[in-house]
Design a protein. Structure first.
Length: 638
RNA sequence: GCCCACAUAGCUCAGUCGGUAGAGCGCAUCCUUGGUAAGGAUGAGGUCACCAGUUCAAAUCUGGUUGUGGGCUCCA
């Protein structure tokens, strides 16, 4: 037998016989390590623990402590689940795909007869446990593409056949455990006995290959961990996240509601929610004016012909609401750009006056598919902090950077972490290569200048131009697009926007569509979850509540309340005939930052005794001292 | 829009086998005047989401509609 040299991460070299596996190598170091190992990197490539090593090279073992371990375990758990399902339901169910995902894994099944229900979960879990306890070896096998097609066709697994038919490779790899076989790249745990902690979580429909024209598959979501403790931590985290859910908090804090009578996806803002909105809108106007934007306001409906001219009628009609009066058709605006262009067009423009930056808190209506509505995060009527920057091509760069800085400033104030994505030219697109290059480079260089990481979504741009998307996460870590910057060459063309250049000729400007918060509704949804309902003082709809200890201080409490309200503090008065503890509790539960307690002592000294919502009592102070404290704190966005 | 599930008092939820409904909180009234997270008593409040159907009888079974939740597709 030939000997090969295997270099380990610590630099040491093991000599083993050719054909030895990573498991064998692990054994030479220690039995414990071998037991702990899940897979390995051989020359940088992920391989199974029982893959024969044919030549000298590097080897790095993936143990339970490695970051990759969980993903492999979950992927193997997906196979185990598929095996269990096939064992239980046989030919009635076809397997398709089952990857590991963040927080777990899923497997998609096709069946005409078997409808999975949550009651099946314990049955499937029990079968999985049984199969795992059997501790079957998980074996990799490589066969030719043709043989694989024949094999899966013989088994009646049409979806697997389709997958293999679309593969380029000469050979494909299969994984077998017991009598279950699945097409898979691997790697997997060496034995099913290594899968110990798993839990089926939910059931969902999913289109085959993510295309709504294809068959609807049944997806079972599940999760798996290396030990029970990690599973428990994960379940606790989900529990905590549910407490932050903006839909739950929105009801508890009386911020907003939806009504079946009004219609799905249409928000009813209650006084406290409307106050929060209004605070954010005031903030927005101020910040935009500071940055050279001008406020504009367009109409809520515009003639249908205009939507035809813009291309929305052809490309976006499904999402629009239309109305007709006096035989004239109107479209309710799903976007704000049209009015802004009409304002631009209302008079001749010179290169000297560019860029123009039109800002509007524009309320739009979009007919979103019923299944996608989600609290405030996906609605049908919403207000965008929308602006259109119409500029010369040579100004794109500076304008994009300006918007990026704006976005970063605002994210800093709210304390958000975010993910950025650059989406480039899709296959179906319009405009010249030069335009696309220039716009894409402008966006890219703004991203590079920010020094922050971003993802590249090749070919994911709008048909009219590339874009940067900024995504924020909700309590459950789902990403929601908020800010976006899009370059557009099409609409200026379609609307024949022009400016007179230095040469006295007409030129075509470029338009940037951009939002900073995105939609006020969505932003507030994310904001509620971000702060778990405990808004900083400057955002709190109610900043303070005046509480009297007994009826005898009611008149003084009333006087303090009025003094605060006049000073612009958002304050409430609670002089109900209740014990102080009760009132404190209510204020605490509604997450009001300051509780101002007034008893005989305070009335005597003409002071108030503030209690912060973290439970800390402050020394008594005069009302005017409290007012200036609140003003200082709020103006610093605290 | 598609798949699965769900819809009972203002809120959170119970309601067994088909025999027309309960709790806690909240609300109202009264008692209590109490110093930092729930004082006590009494009372009001429900076309069981909506529309059909099965049945002597439907909150309960069946179908449809609307809405909601988790996904898929799509998107701020």
């Amino acid at each position: 037998m030939d000997l090969i040299k295997i270099e380990l991460p610590d630099g040491s070299i093991k000599e083993v016989e050719s054909g030895a596996t990573p498991y064998d190598v692990a054994l030479t170091i220690g039995e414990g390590l071998a037991r702990q190992s899940i897979a390995a990197y051989s020359d940088g490539e992920l391989v199974d623990l029982n893959t024969p090593l044919k030549s000298s090279g590097t080897l790095s073992l993936i143990t339970q402590n490695s970051p990759e371990a969980l993903e492999i375990v979950r992927h193997s758990s997906a196979h185990l689940m598929a095996q269990a399902v096939k064992d239980l339901y046989g030919d009635a169910v076809q397997v398709t795909i089952g990857p590991a995902i963040k927080d777990g894994f899923y497997y998609d099944f096709y069946s005409e007869t078997k409808k999975f229900v949550p009651e099946d979960f314990p049955v499937i879990e029990a079968k999985m446990t049984e199969l795992a306890k059997a501790d079957q070896a998980v074996l990799r096998e490589e066969i030719s593409r043709g043989d694989a097609i024949e094999l899966f066709r013989g088994m009646g697994e049409d979806y697997k056949v389709e997958l293999i038919e679309d593969l380029d490779a000469e050979t494909v790899s299969l994984y077998r455990q017991g009598d279950f076989v699945d097409l898979c790249r691997g790697p997997h745990v060496p034995r099913t006995g290594m899968l110990k902690v798993f839990k089926l979580t939910s059931l969902a429909g999913a289109y085959w290959r993510g295309d709504e024209k294809n068959a609807m598959l049944q997806r079972i979501y599940a999760t798996a961990f290396l030990n029970k403790k990690d599973l428990k931590v994960h379940l606790n985290r989900l529990e905590e996240a549910r407490k932050r859910d903006h839909r739950k908090l929105g009801k508890e804090l009386d911020l907003f509601s939806f009504s079946e009578e009004a219609g799905g996806g249409l928000v009813l803002w209650h006084p406290k929610g409307a106050m929060l909105r209004s605070i954010i809108e005031d903030f927005e106007r101020k910040e935009h004016l500071k940055r050279g934007y001008e406020l504009v306001v367009g109409p809520q409906i515009l003639k249908t012909d205009l939507w035809k001219m813009s291309g929305h009628y052809d490309n976006y009609r499904e999402n629009m609401y239309f109305t007709e009066v006096d035989e004239q058709g109107y479209g309710i605006k799903p976007m704000n750009c049209l009015a802004h262009m009409l304002i631009y067009k209302s008079k001749p423009r010179s290169y000297r006056n560019l860029p123009v930056r039109y800002f509007e808190l524009g309320t739009v209506y979009r007919h979103e598919k019923s299944g996608v509505l989600h609290g405030l995060l996906r609605v049908r009527g919403f207000t965008q902090d929308d602006a259109h920057i119409i500029c010369r091509p040579d100004q794109i760069d500076a304008e994009v950077k300006g918007v990026m800085n704006f976005v970063q400033d605002v994210a800093g104030i709210f304390g958000f972490e975010y993910v950025m994505e650059l989406s480039t030219r899709p296959e179906k697109s319009i405009g010249s290569d030069a335009d696309w290059d220039q716009a894409t480079n402008a966006l890219r260089s703004a991203l590079e200048d920010s020094g922050l990481p971003y993802e590249l979504n090749e070919g994911d741009g709008a048909f009219y131009g590339p874009k940067i998307d900024v995504k924020l996460k909700d309590a459950l870590d789902r990403e929601w697009q908020c800010a976006t910057i899009q370059c557009d060459f099409t609409l200026p063309e379609r609307f024949d926007l022009t400016y007179v250049g230095t040469d006295g000729e007409k030129h075509r400007p470029v338009m940037l569509h951009r939002v900073v918060l995105g939609s006020i509704e969505r932003f507030i949804g994310v904001l509620i979850e971000h702060y778990a309902g405990s808004f900083p003082l400057w955002l709190s709809p109610v900043q303070a509540v005046v509480l009297n200890v007994t009826d005898s201080q009611a008149a003084y409490a009333q006087q303090v309340f009025e003094q605060l309200r006049e000073a612009g503090v958002r304050v409430e008065l609670d002089i109900r005939n209740e014990k102080l503890g009760f009132k404190i509790r209510e204020a605490q539960v509604s997450k009001i930052p300051y509780m101002l307690v007034i008893g005989d002592r305070e009335m005597e000294n003409q002071t108030i005794a503030p209690r912060y919502r973290n439970g800390k009592n402050m020394d008594a102070m005069t009302v005017s001292d409290f007012i200036s404290m609140v003003q200082t704190e709020a103006s610093a966005y605290k």
